[in-house]
Design a binder for this molecule. Structure first.
Ligand code: DP6
Length: 326
Protein backbone atom coordinates (compact mmCIF):
# COMPACT_ATOMS: atom_id res chain seq x y z
CA UNK A 1 0.00 0.00 0.00
CA UNK A 2 1.33 3.45 -0.94
CA UNK A 3 0.49 6.82 0.61
CA UNK A 4 1.76 10.38 0.18
CA UNK A 5 1.41 13.26 2.64
CA UNK A 6 2.28 16.92 2.30
CA UNK A 7 3.09 18.76 5.54
CA UNK A 8 3.82 22.46 6.08
CA UNK A 9 6.66 23.79 8.20
CA UNK A 10 5.42 26.03 11.01
CA UNK A 11 6.66 29.15 12.76
CA UNK A 12 6.14 29.40 16.52
CA UNK A 13 4.69 32.59 18.02
CA UNK A 14 5.16 31.10 21.51
CA UNK A 15 8.27 28.91 21.37
CA UNK A 16 9.09 25.40 22.53
CA UNK A 17 12.52 25.43 24.16
CA UNK A 18 13.09 22.77 26.81
CA UNK A 19 11.67 19.36 27.64
CA UNK A 20 10.38 17.93 30.90
CA UNK A 21 10.77 14.39 29.49
CA UNK A 22 13.20 13.99 26.61
CA UNK A 23 12.35 10.35 25.87
CA UNK A 24 8.66 11.20 25.43
CA UNK A 25 9.44 14.68 24.05
CA UNK A 26 7.15 16.34 26.58
CA UNK A 27 7.82 20.08 26.45
CA UNK A 28 8.30 22.34 29.47
CA UNK A 29 5.58 24.64 28.11
CA UNK A 30 2.70 24.82 25.66
CA UNK A 31 3.51 26.54 22.34
CA UNK A 32 1.54 28.14 19.52
CA UNK A 33 2.36 28.36 15.82
CA UNK A 34 1.18 29.14 12.32
CA UNK A 35 1.58 26.76 9.35
CA UNK A 36 3.58 27.97 6.34
CA UNK A 37 2.21 27.61 2.81
CA UNK A 38 5.44 27.74 0.77
CA UNK A 39 7.75 25.65 2.97
CA UNK A 40 6.58 22.05 3.05
CA UNK A 41 7.73 18.45 2.86
CA UNK A 42 6.15 15.80 0.65
CA UNK A 43 6.72 12.18 1.67
CA UNK A 44 5.64 8.95 0.01
CA UNK A 45 5.65 5.72 2.01
CA UNK A 46 5.04 2.27 0.52
CA UNK A 47 4.57 -0.76 2.75
CA UNK A 48 4.85 -4.22 1.29
CA UNK A 49 5.53 -7.78 2.39
CA UNK A 50 7.99 -8.00 -0.54
CA UNK A 51 10.35 -5.45 1.07
CA UNK A 52 13.18 -7.07 3.06
CA UNK A 53 14.20 -3.90 4.93
CA UNK A 54 13.29 -0.21 5.29
CA UNK A 55 14.76 2.24 2.76
CA UNK A 56 14.77 6.04 3.20
CA UNK A 57 15.90 8.54 0.56
CA UNK A 58 15.46 12.19 -0.36
CA UNK A 59 14.80 13.72 -3.79
CA UNK A 60 17.18 16.48 -4.98
CA UNK A 61 19.23 16.61 -1.77
CA UNK A 62 21.62 14.65 0.42
CA UNK A 63 20.22 13.19 3.59
CA UNK A 64 22.62 12.52 6.47
CA UNK A 65 22.99 9.15 8.15
CA UNK A 66 21.74 10.61 11.43
CA UNK A 67 18.61 11.99 9.72
CA UNK A 68 17.99 8.60 8.10
CA UNK A 69 18.51 6.92 11.50
CA UNK A 70 16.02 9.22 13.19
CA UNK A 71 13.40 8.56 10.49
CA UNK A 72 13.96 4.78 10.69
CA UNK A 73 13.55 4.86 14.48
CA UNK A 74 10.28 6.73 14.04
CA UNK A 75 8.99 4.16 11.53
CA UNK A 76 10.03 1.33 13.90
CA UNK A 77 8.20 3.02 16.73
CA UNK A 78 4.96 3.37 14.72
CA UNK A 79 5.22 -0.24 13.49
CA UNK A 80 5.86 -1.64 16.98
CA UNK A 81 3.12 0.44 18.59
CA UNK A 82 0.51 -0.88 16.16
CA UNK A 83 1.93 -4.43 15.82
CA UNK A 84 2.66 -4.09 12.09
CA UNK A 85 5.25 -6.26 10.36
CA UNK A 86 5.78 -4.87 6.84
CA UNK A 87 8.89 -2.97 5.87
CA UNK A 88 8.58 0.38 4.07
CA UNK A 89 10.17 2.40 1.30
CA UNK A 90 10.22 6.15 2.06
CA UNK A 91 11.00 8.95 -0.39
CA UNK A 92 10.85 12.54 0.81
CA UNK A 93 11.23 15.97 -0.80
CA UNK A 94 11.31 19.53 0.54
CA UNK A 95 9.73 22.45 -1.36
CA UNK A 96 12.56 24.66 -0.17
CA UNK A 97 16.13 23.90 -1.25
CA UNK A 98 18.27 22.41 1.51
CA UNK A 99 20.72 25.23 0.84
CA UNK A 100 18.32 27.68 2.51
CA UNK A 101 19.28 26.18 5.87
CA UNK A 102 15.57 25.77 6.55
CA UNK A 103 15.51 21.95 6.44
CA UNK A 104 12.68 21.41 8.80
CA UNK A 105 12.20 18.49 11.13
CA UNK A 106 8.66 19.76 11.80
CA UNK A 107 7.37 19.31 8.24
CA UNK A 108 9.53 16.19 7.79
CA UNK A 109 8.18 14.25 10.77
CA UNK A 110 4.59 15.43 10.21
CA UNK A 111 4.64 14.18 6.59
CA UNK A 112 6.40 10.94 7.56
CA UNK A 113 3.93 10.20 10.37
CA UNK A 114 0.80 10.74 8.26
CA UNK A 115 2.14 8.91 5.17
CA UNK A 116 3.49 5.97 7.22
CA UNK A 117 0.29 5.52 9.22
CA UNK A 118 -1.80 5.54 6.04
CA UNK A 119 0.57 3.17 4.20
CA UNK A 120 0.43 0.77 7.16
CA UNK A 121 -3.39 0.97 6.96
CA UNK A 122 -3.77 2.47 10.44
CA UNK A 123 -6.92 4.46 10.97
CA UNK A 124 -6.12 6.93 13.69
CA UNK A 125 -7.45 10.34 14.65
CA UNK A 126 -5.77 13.70 14.03
CA UNK A 127 -5.09 13.99 17.76
CA UNK A 128 -3.27 10.65 17.80
CA UNK A 129 -1.31 11.62 14.68
CA UNK A 130 -0.07 14.76 16.47
CA UNK A 131 1.03 12.62 19.45
CA UNK A 132 2.96 10.28 17.15
CA UNK A 133 4.54 13.17 15.19
CA UNK A 134 5.59 14.79 18.50
CA UNK A 135 7.60 11.67 19.32
CA UNK A 136 9.60 12.16 16.09
CA UNK A 137 10.23 15.88 16.62
CA UNK A 138 8.33 18.04 19.09
CA UNK A 139 7.40 20.89 16.76
CA UNK A 140 6.15 18.38 14.13
CA UNK A 141 2.90 17.92 16.07
CA UNK A 142 2.01 21.55 15.27
CA UNK A 143 2.29 20.90 11.49
CA UNK A 144 -0.64 18.46 11.40
CA UNK A 145 -3.75 20.54 12.35
CA UNK A 146 -5.06 23.44 10.26
CA UNK A 147 -3.78 27.06 10.39
CA UNK A 148 -3.07 28.40 13.88
CA UNK A 149 -2.16 25.56 16.20
CA UNK A 150 -1.74 25.10 19.94
CA UNK A 151 0.44 22.31 21.32
CA UNK A 152 -0.80 21.55 24.83
CA UNK A 153 2.24 20.66 26.92
CA UNK A 154 0.40 17.91 28.86
CA UNK A 155 1.97 15.73 31.51
CA UNK A 156 1.87 12.34 29.74
CA UNK A 157 2.17 11.17 26.16
CA UNK A 158 -1.65 11.06 25.76
CA UNK A 159 -2.14 14.62 27.05
CA UNK A 160 0.64 16.31 25.01
CA UNK A 161 -1.01 16.90 21.63
CA UNK A 162 -1.75 19.69 19.15
CA UNK A 163 -5.04 21.10 17.88
CA UNK A 164 -6.18 23.93 15.63
CA UNK A 165 -7.29 27.17 17.30
CA UNK A 166 -8.33 28.79 14.02
CA UNK A 167 -8.23 27.55 10.41
CA UNK A 168 -5.92 29.24 7.90
CA UNK A 169 -8.92 31.03 6.36
CA UNK A 170 -9.58 32.87 9.65
CA UNK A 171 -6.82 35.48 9.24
CA UNK A 172 -4.46 35.68 6.24
CA UNK A 173 -1.15 36.37 7.94
CA UNK A 174 2.13 36.04 6.03
CA UNK A 175 5.56 34.89 7.15
CA UNK A 176 8.21 36.28 4.82
CA UNK A 177 11.41 34.42 5.62
CA UNK A 178 14.56 36.49 5.06
CA UNK A 179 17.30 33.92 4.46
CA UNK A 180 20.61 35.43 5.60
CA UNK A 181 22.62 32.26 6.05
CA UNK A 182 22.19 28.96 4.30
CA UNK A 183 24.60 26.74 6.17
CA UNK A 184 23.11 24.15 8.46
CA UNK A 185 23.39 24.76 12.18
CA UNK A 186 26.23 23.24 14.30
CA UNK A 187 24.03 22.56 17.31
CA UNK A 188 20.71 20.78 16.73
CA UNK A 189 17.60 21.98 18.54
CA UNK A 190 17.42 18.71 20.53
CA UNK A 191 21.00 19.16 21.75
CA UNK A 192 20.61 22.91 22.32
CA UNK A 193 17.48 22.64 24.43
CA UNK A 194 18.91 19.78 26.51
CA UNK A 195 21.05 22.29 28.46
CA UNK A 196 18.48 25.10 28.71
CA UNK A 197 18.27 24.74 32.50
CA UNK A 198 21.90 25.94 32.77
CA UNK A 199 20.58 29.44 31.95
CA UNK A 200 19.84 31.51 35.08
CA UNK A 201 16.76 32.79 33.23
CA UNK A 202 15.05 29.53 32.29
CA UNK A 203 12.60 29.43 35.21
CA UNK A 204 11.53 33.05 34.76
CA UNK A 205 10.89 32.27 31.08
CA UNK A 206 8.78 29.19 31.80
CA UNK A 207 6.80 31.01 34.52
CA UNK A 208 6.00 33.81 32.04
CA UNK A 209 4.61 31.53 29.32
CA UNK A 210 0.94 31.33 30.49
CA UNK A 211 0.69 35.13 30.39
CA UNK A 212 2.43 35.34 26.99
CA UNK A 213 0.21 32.61 25.59
CA UNK A 214 -2.92 34.41 26.82
CA UNK A 215 -1.82 37.63 25.05
CA UNK A 216 -1.17 35.80 21.76
CA UNK A 217 -4.49 33.93 21.94
CA UNK A 218 -6.36 37.18 22.61
CA UNK A 219 -4.54 38.96 19.74
CA UNK A 220 -5.46 36.11 17.36
CA UNK A 221 -9.07 36.24 18.51
CA UNK A 222 -9.23 39.99 17.85
CA UNK A 223 -6.98 39.82 14.74
CA UNK A 224 -4.86 42.51 16.39
CA UNK A 225 -1.51 42.54 14.53
CA UNK A 226 0.08 45.10 16.88
CA UNK A 227 -0.65 43.11 20.05
CA UNK A 228 0.35 39.87 18.35
CA UNK A 229 3.52 41.30 16.82
CA UNK A 230 4.81 43.00 19.96
CA UNK A 231 4.37 39.79 21.93
CA UNK A 232 6.02 37.50 19.36
CA UNK A 233 9.08 39.78 19.21
CA UNK A 234 9.36 39.84 23.02
CA UNK A 235 8.88 36.06 23.14
CA UNK A 236 11.54 35.39 20.51
CA UNK A 237 14.09 37.64 22.23
CA UNK A 238 13.24 35.98 25.55
CA UNK A 239 14.02 32.51 24.11
CA UNK A 240 17.27 33.78 22.56
CA UNK A 241 18.26 35.36 25.91
CA UNK A 242 17.94 31.90 27.49
CA UNK A 243 19.91 30.32 24.62
CA UNK A 244 22.72 32.88 24.92
CA UNK A 245 23.02 32.43 28.69
CA UNK A 246 23.10 28.61 28.61
CA UNK A 247 26.34 26.74 29.26
CA UNK A 248 27.85 26.48 26.73
CA UNK A 249 26.21 29.60 25.26
CA UNK A 250 24.22 29.25 22.06
CA UNK A 251 24.21 32.21 19.71
CA UNK A 252 22.11 31.36 16.67
CA UNK A 253 21.82 35.01 15.55
CA UNK A 254 24.35 36.49 13.12
CA UNK A 255 25.26 40.12 12.41
CA UNK A 256 22.85 40.05 9.47
CA UNK A 257 20.06 38.84 11.75
CA UNK A 258 20.54 41.88 13.96
CA UNK A 259 20.55 44.12 10.88
CA UNK A 260 17.17 42.64 9.86
CA UNK A 261 15.76 43.20 13.39
CA UNK A 262 16.80 46.86 13.29
CA UNK A 263 15.35 47.29 9.78
CA UNK A 264 12.00 45.92 11.00
CA UNK A 265 11.97 48.46 13.85
CA UNK A 266 12.76 51.26 11.39
CA UNK A 267 10.04 50.11 8.92
CA UNK A 268 7.54 50.18 11.78
CA UNK A 269 8.56 53.74 12.67
CA UNK A 270 7.91 54.57 9.00
CA UNK A 271 4.39 53.13 9.36
CA UNK A 272 4.75 49.56 8.00
CA UNK A 273 3.14 47.05 10.41
CA UNK A 274 5.60 44.12 10.35
CA UNK A 275 7.11 42.11 13.23
CA UNK A 276 9.90 39.52 13.48
CA UNK A 277 10.46 36.17 15.07
CA UNK A 278 13.49 33.87 14.87
CA UNK A 279 13.92 30.14 15.59
CA UNK A 280 17.14 28.24 16.28
CA UNK A 281 19.01 29.80 13.37
CA UNK A 282 19.96 33.17 11.89
CA UNK A 283 17.08 33.55 9.41
CA UNK A 284 14.42 36.11 10.20
CA UNK A 285 10.67 35.49 9.90
CA UNK A 286 8.75 38.67 9.06
CA UNK A 287 5.14 38.44 10.19
CA UNK A 288 2.54 40.77 8.64
CA UNK A 289 -0.99 40.93 7.26
CA UNK A 290 -1.68 40.13 3.60
CA UNK A 291 -2.13 43.71 2.26
CA UNK A 292 1.46 44.67 3.17
CA UNK A 293 3.15 41.32 2.33
CA UNK A 294 4.46 42.41 -1.10
CA UNK A 295 5.93 45.60 0.36
CA UNK A 296 7.60 43.63 3.19
CA UNK A 297 9.03 41.17 0.66
CA UNK A 298 10.43 44.05 -1.44
CA UNK A 299 12.05 45.68 1.59
CA UNK A 300 13.50 42.38 2.85
CA UNK A 301 15.16 41.82 -0.53
CA UNK A 302 16.72 45.28 -0.34
CA UNK A 303 18.74 44.37 2.81
CA UNK A 304 22.25 43.63 1.53
CA UNK A 305 22.85 40.34 3.40
CA UNK A 306 19.50 38.78 2.50
CA UNK A 307 20.18 36.00 -0.02
CA UNK A 308 16.61 34.91 -0.67
CA UNK A 309 13.10 35.44 0.65
CA UNK A 310 10.33 32.87 0.96
CA UNK A 311 6.87 34.41 1.12
CA UNK A 312 4.50 32.11 3.02
CA UNK A 313 0.85 32.72 3.65
CA UNK A 314 -0.73 30.81 6.52
CA UNK A 315 -1.74 27.33 5.41
CA UNK A 316 -3.82 24.31 6.32
CA UNK A 317 -2.27 21.31 8.03
CA UNK A 318 -0.90 18.02 6.72
CA UNK A 319 -2.83 16.63 3.73
CA UNK A 320 -2.87 13.22 2.09
CA UNK A 321 -2.33 13.73 -1.66
CA UNK A 322 -2.53 11.39 -4.65
CA UNK A 323 0.62 12.63 -6.37
CA UNK A 324 3.18 10.00 -5.27
CA UNK A 325 6.96 10.63 -5.46
CA UNK A 326 7.61 7.12 -6.91
C1 DP6 B 1 13.45 26.87 18.37
O1 DP6 B 1 10.93 20.47 17.40
O2 DP6 B 1 13.20 20.80 16.36
O3 DP6 B 1 12.15 25.96 16.60
O4 DP6 B 1 11.69 18.01 19.66
O5 DP6 B 1 14.16 18.08 19.84
O6 DP6 B 1 13.10 17.68 17.60
P1 DP6 B 1 12.98 18.37 18.96
O7 DP6 B 1 13.01 19.93 18.71
P2 DP6 B 1 12.35 20.83 17.58
O8 DP6 B 1 12.48 22.27 18.29
C2 DP6 B 1 12.01 23.46 17.74
C3 DP6 B 1 12.52 24.60 18.54
C4 DP6 B 1 12.25 25.99 18.00
C5 DP6 B 1 11.01 26.60 18.62
C6 DP6 B 1 9.67 26.09 18.14
O9 DP6 B 1 9.52 25.71 16.97
O10 DP6 B 1 8.74 26.12 18.96
Amino acid sequence: MKSTARAPANIAFIKYWGKKDSRLRLPLNSSLSMNLGSAYTTTTVESSERLKEDAVSMVDAQISLSEIGRMRNHIDFIRNTFHQAHHVKVVTKNSFPKSTGLASSASGFAALTVAACTALDLHISEKELTILARLGSGSACRSIPDGYVLWEEGNSTETSFAHSLYPASYWRLHDIIAVVDNTSKDVSTAEGMSTMKTSPFWKTRIDSIPRRLAVVKDALKKKNIKALGEMIEAECLNMHAVMMTQEPPLVYLSGKTVECIKSVWQWRKDGLPVYFTIDAGPNVHLICEEPVADEVQKRALSISGVKQVINNSVSGGTQRISDHLF
